[in-house]
Design a protein around this ligand. Structure first.
Ligand code: PLP
Length: 394
């Protein structure tokens, strides 16, 4: 590997996070000396159950639920897939799913695949600030609705959906409710005990834990049909020998997230606001994508008029700045972000949008260095571009 962390300014924490050294230290013994299988009858293996239980307790404390409601999975995608699959087999007469147009691909692509197999899917729209209208949800629920699945926080814009209210609506109509909270957990306070949420997905690598570990919360009174069938691990709800080191790491990451929650919502937010306000003041023709109040404290998604984000990302990459663009490359062509398109923006605006996402590991000094480089890069591209700076119509 040639590009070392010391050479970069990492502003892509919604993509993945740096691993907290305290998480690595906690994991280390379980990658080396304590390699037993927790299902073993002998003490060398079975003692690992305690480590798993501690992790379960720490995660339950972070999201305000009972440890018995935590199921370890391999990632957020698995948790999301498991819920959709489970809900459709719970009641064969309920084969309709409601979700939104701006979900992560782990829901969107799965929903599209289910639709091809004959499952009806209702895609709720959002407005140009990325917000959901709960009246649309009320109208969409039908007697045959199996599940409502809505993300807590959007990964691209950070915009928050009113999950507690949406879950109340689903419960009143007797419909199961799932939230993809992969981006929300650890960034905003969550207390599931006060909600009507049946299922919640989270992912370790958004929480300063390594990739390859996730959680599915299943409310203890909610029926859940296993997605992975085999051994009796996770109380028979998710087969497969437990990934002990990563489970331990996620437990530690959850504990740290709880301890740093205030910092995230004050200091990280200040860094994000400083970054965004400086950028808006320094450069004309920049607009924030998404509601500026109702969003995660760490996310800034901006439309930079007259600039292609792909070109900007290349220039920033050369200077060691990591951030992500409003379009994705699929089979050789650039597709504008479905989230920004879903908010009613043009493909041109989406292609000129960039997401910067921060974490507790960012410093004021690196934000200021990044700002200087970003502002220069935008000005350079605008000088090169035949396009004039213009406010691109939605
Ligand atoms: N849901 C959201 C909102 C995400 O942002 C992501 C990852 O970016 C996922 C699901 C998928 O999580 P994982 O990468 O753990 O599969």
């Amino acid at each position: 590997m040639s590009i070392r962390p010391k050479d970069i300014i990492y502003l892509d924490s919604n993509g993945t996070t740096s691993v907290d050294p305290a998480v690595v230290s906690e994991m280390m013994p379980y990658l080396t000396d304590f390699y037993g299988n927790p299902s073993s009858a002998y003490g060398f293996g079975s003692q690992l159950k305690e480590a798993i239980d501690t992790a379960r307790e720490r995660i339950a404390a972070l999201i305000g639920c009972d440890p018995s409601e935590i199921i370890f999975t391999s990632c957020g995608t698995e948790s999301n897939n498991a819920v959709l699959q489970s809900a459709l087999v719970t009641d064969p007469d309920r084969q309709h799913i409601i979700t939104s147009t701006v979900e992560h691909s782990a829901i969107i692509k799965h929903g599209e695949t289910l639709a091809k197999r004959g499952i009806e899917v209702t895609w709720l729209p959002v407005d140009f600030t990325g917000r959901l209208d709960l009246d649309d949800l009320k109208k969409a629920i039908r007697p045959d609705t199996a599940l409502v699945s809505l993300m807590w926080a959007n990964n691209e814009t950070g915009v928050l959906f009113p999950i507690e209210e949406a879950a109340e609506i689903a419960r009143e109509k007797g419909v199961l409710f799932h939230t993809d909270a992969v981006q929300a957990v650890g960034k905003i306070p969550i207390n599931l005990r006060n909600t009507k949420v049946n299922f919640l997905s989270l992912s370790g690598h958004k929480l300063h834990c390594p990739k390859g570990i996730g959680v599915l919360y299943v409310n203890r009174r909610t029926r859940f049909n296993s997605y992975l069938i085999g051994g009796g691990q996770e109380n028979g709800k998710r087969a497969g020998t437990e990934n002990v080191p990563y489970i331990v790491g996620l437990g530690k990451a959850a504990e740290l997230a709880r301890e740093t929650m205030d910092y995230e919502n004050t200091e990280v937010k200040k860094l994000r606001d400083h970054f965004e306000n400086t950028l808006l003041d320094a450069v004309d023709g920049i607009e924030v994508n998404g509601d500026r109040e109702l969003r995660l404290p760490n996310t800034s998604n901006v439309a930079i008029h007259g600039v292609e984000s792909e070109a900007l990302l290349i220039l920033l990459d050369q200077k060691g700045i990591c951030c992500s663009g409003g379009s994705a490359c699929t089979t050789g062509s650039l597709h504008p972000s479905h989230v920004l398109i879903g908010m009613g923006f043009s493909a041109e605006r989406a292609r000129g949008s960039v997401r910067f996402s921060f974490s507790r590991f960012n410093t004021q000094d690196e934000i200021d260095r990044a700002l200087k480089i970003i502002i220069e890069a935008i000005q350079r591209l605008r000088r090169l571009s035949p396009k004039q700076v213009q406010v691109v119509a939605r």
